[in-house]
Design a protein around this ligand. Structure first.
Ligand code: SF4
Length: 726
């Protein structure tokens, strides 16, 4: 294939011999790009391309998506089930029956000896929605543990909690198309170009066409901040104060949509009384943003025909994460910016199917956004599944972060980890290591047997990966999209759905219940349960989803297309149909820099890697572009400490230390360092992870560290780098 001017330096693309393209959806971030994977004559995946007719990505893919076809045969994949009596012994290869029998026996043994909740299950945002639903049925209807959660507690639970408090239900109300209509966009703690490159491209195209103001709130000068009309370099953890002050100005200057507030919200008086206390001068002293800038941003937002706020981990991963989300929702409600084109509080989710688990996994309740606390919901699901409603707990159990503490104290004795890697992702990894060692039984179910947490397991179950199976994901804008099976599972690995069904059969109650075998059958079951719910998918089927390149819920039976927005009629999910304006007093409760630990530590992503690098760490080109952990440090601060660009430094917190390569840059202020979170045995050795009281999400982005040169590390690290280069 030739590009460029004829006969003059044409660019020649290598012909990879693709004979067939198969439709699927990217398995990394929550953008939800439609991908076609190219297969050669032998059926091997050899290429990938974006799908031109897909509304989400319109033919584009980011670096990770372009190289995703290489995943299928990456090193470290698990080909066989493995087992050992004790975690200090080597694994031995066993049959699937042997491994599954042991898992079922251990669950029964632990529950019989210590009680049902002594066995915990932690899943992911990475498997198919049909698999989440089936796991929920198994956990809630068969095993019956209430200590069942997912790693979405580490990234999205503040958004979930905030939406529930404000609107009565989870579910992002907006969509990417809002960029085409909005008159003002505030992005908080969201570095789109590195986190969600294709959403960034949609936003950038929309701004190039219409030039609406972009306001970025972030303590770092991120790539997105560099393009902002206004960059608010906020003091970490003080977003609630900023949003209270914006609401203060909007109310004072008569910019609120009081007609909307009266018709569709409750709680205005208490909210207004709290906001009254947060004049811009007071807020400026706490947030570090000058009062006139706060006034300017409030006027820009309040005067726009429609205005939206997007956010990611900068809001969620905080001791005020849930309050931060409520503060954003308050601002949008106050200005009537919910459910209208260009007017929305839109959380940008992390993992490819974090939304699928929120909707259908039953982690925080029962399927289809039903609540354990609601007797009618318990009754309805019990009848549908054929179980006794009394078998269900009457309120949700512990979150992931609390489950680890319960292992420490001995309340939880057994754990099943599904596609999650706490040894790299949890804060204070040294503490997590000691915690995992206390378990009587740990089973790890993952596509990769070299995932760090597997060092502590007794049984390893090799799971099929991404498009080695079939099912749906839901993206950030509630779009359900299809993953077609591109190639068979690696070795003897099996789809997670198959594994859940096999475990169910090993319990008497599981044999009495119906566990459909194919994803399509499971999807049909979910459709029935979704009828009349906010998350109604009864008008969808696999063929229709593929034909439309994804459909946004709600899409009730008989409706041809999905619904781009929620709450367009101003009716919310609280029993009275109204949204809540919630007063948010501010309490400064983070670990803060002091004389001993004088720097804020901030964490985040790089574009080349995804989460704990279980997958992207195996892709050659992604590793060449981003091979090693590094730390951004302000040159003025570095000079005082005698630290040079591209030298090594030791970073120490009250939890531990790590040695990193230093990149001097003015992207971070003088009192802050930034380290990407993807690398094992690095930044999470340092993080504290205080928990948000509502969402139990850890505050990864706010803790204190000190930095010193590490000259003894230079030679060893250079040798390592040279070895890693090839
Ligand atoms: Fe995949 Fe996200 Fe990249 Fe799209 S933007 S290709 S969904 S990683």
């Amino acid at each position: 294939m030739l590009f460029g001017r004829r006969n003059k330096n044409p660019i020649r693309l290598h012909d990879k011999g693709v004979v067939e393209w198969r439709y699927t959806t990217c398995g990394y971030c929550s953008t939800g790009c439609s991908i076609e994977v190219g297969l050669d004559r032998e059926g091997r995946p050899v290429s990938a391309r974006g799908v031109g007719g897909a509304d989400v990505n319109r033919g584009k893919l980011c670096l990770k998506g372009i190289l995703e076809y290489e995943l299928f045969r990456t090193p470290g994949r698990g080909a066989h089930p493995l087992m050992r009596a004790h975690r200090t012994e080597p694994f031995r290869r066993v049959s699937w029956d042997e491994a599954l029998d042991r898992v079922a026996e251990e669950i029964k043994r632990i529950q019989a000896r210590y009680g049902r909740d002594a066995f915990a299950i932690l899943s992911t945002g990475q498997i198919m929605t049909e698999e989440f639903y089936t796991l929920g049925k198994l956990a809630r209807g068969v095993i019956g543990t209430n200590n069942y959660d997912g790693n979405t507690t580490l990234c999205m639970s503040s958004a979930v909690s905030g939406y529930k408090r404000s609107f009565g239900s989870d579910g992002p109300p907006g969509c990417y198309e809002d960029f085409e209509h909005t008159g003002c966009l505030i992005a908080v703690g969201s570095n789109l170009p590195e986190q969600h490159p294709v959403i960034y491209w949609r936003l950038r195209e929309a701004r190039e066409r219409r030039g609406f103001p972009l306001i970025v709130v972030d303590p770092r000068v991120t790539m997105l901040a560099q393009q902002a009309d206004v960059h608010l370099a906020i003091e970490p953890g003080t977003d609630v104060v900023l949003f209270n002050a914006l609401a203060h100005v909007i109310l004072k200057e008569g910019l609120a949509d009081m007609d909307y507030v009266r018709r569709h919200t409750t709680g205005f008086e208490d909210f207004a009384a709290e906001v009254e206390r947060w004049d811009p001068d007071r807020a400026a002293r706490i947030t570090g943003i000058d009062a006139d800038t706060i006034r300017h941003v409030a006027r820009t937002f309040g005067q726009a025909e429609s205005a939206m706020v997007i956010w990611t981990m900068g809001i969620n991963q905080s001791t005020h994460g849930s309050d931060g989300v409520v503060a954003i929702n308050n601002l949008c409600l106050l200005t009537g910016n919910v459910g209208k084109p260009g007017g929305s509080p839109l959380s940008i989710t992390g993992q490819c199917n974090a939304m699928g688990t929120r909707e259908w996994s039953s982690c925080s309740g029962l399927p289809g956004y039903r609540l354990l606390e609601n007797p009618e919901h318990r009754e309805e699901i019990a009848r549908f599944w054929g179980v006794d409603p009394e078998f269900f707990p009457k309120r949700r159990g512990m979150f992931m972060t609390d489950i680890f503490r319960a292992i420490e104290t001995g309340r939880v004795k057994g754990l099943w980890l599904i596609a999650t890697n706490p040894m790299t992702s949890m804060p204070n990894t040294e503490r997590i290591r000691r915690t995992l060692e206390k378990l009587e039984f740990l089973v790890v179910q993952d596509a990769y047997e070299d995932v760090e947490t597997n060092q502590y397991s007794h049984v390893y179950l090799p799971a099929a990966l991404w498009a080695e199976k079939e099912g749906v994901f839901t993206n950030t804008e509630r779009r359900v999209n299809l993953i077609r099976n591109v190639c068979p599972p690696y070795g003897e690995s099996k789809p997670d759905l198959w594994i859940f069904n096999q475990i169910a059969r090993r319990f008497e109650q599981g044999r009495r219940m119906r566990f459909p075998e194919t994803p399509r059958q499971v999807f049909e079951e979910m459709k029935q349960l979704s009828k009349g719910r906010l998350v109604d998918i009864s008008g969808m089927d696999y063929e229709k989803i593929e034909a439309q390149r994804g459909i946004q819920w709600p899409c009730p039976e008989g409706q041809e297309k999905g619904s781009p927005r929620l709450y367009t009629d101003g009716r919310f999910q609280h029993p009275d149909g109204k949204a809540r304006l919630i007063p948010l007093p501010f309490e400064d409760n983070n670990e803060r820099p002091d004389e001993e630990y004088p720097f804020w530590l901030n964490t985040g992503r790089v574009v080349e890697h995804f989460h704990t690098r279980t997958r992207t760490g195996k892709i050659g080109n992604l590793n060449r572009f981003s091979p090693t952990p590094y730390m951004e440090m302000n040159p003025d601060a570095a000079r005082e400490l005698g630290i040079e660009h591209m030298s090594y430094a030791r970073v120490t917190s009250r939890r531990g230390d790590a040695v990193v390569l230093v990149q001097l840059t003015h992207r971070v202020p003088r009192n802050m360092v930034f380290i990407p979170f993807h690398f094992h045995d690095c930044v999470n050795r340092l993080t504290l992870g205080l928990l948000d009281p509502h969402s139990r999400q850890p505050a990864y982005k706010q803790c204190a560290v000190r930095v010193e040169p590490a000259p003894d590390q230079q030679a060893a690290a250079r040798r390592n780098l040279a070895a890693r280069a090839y």
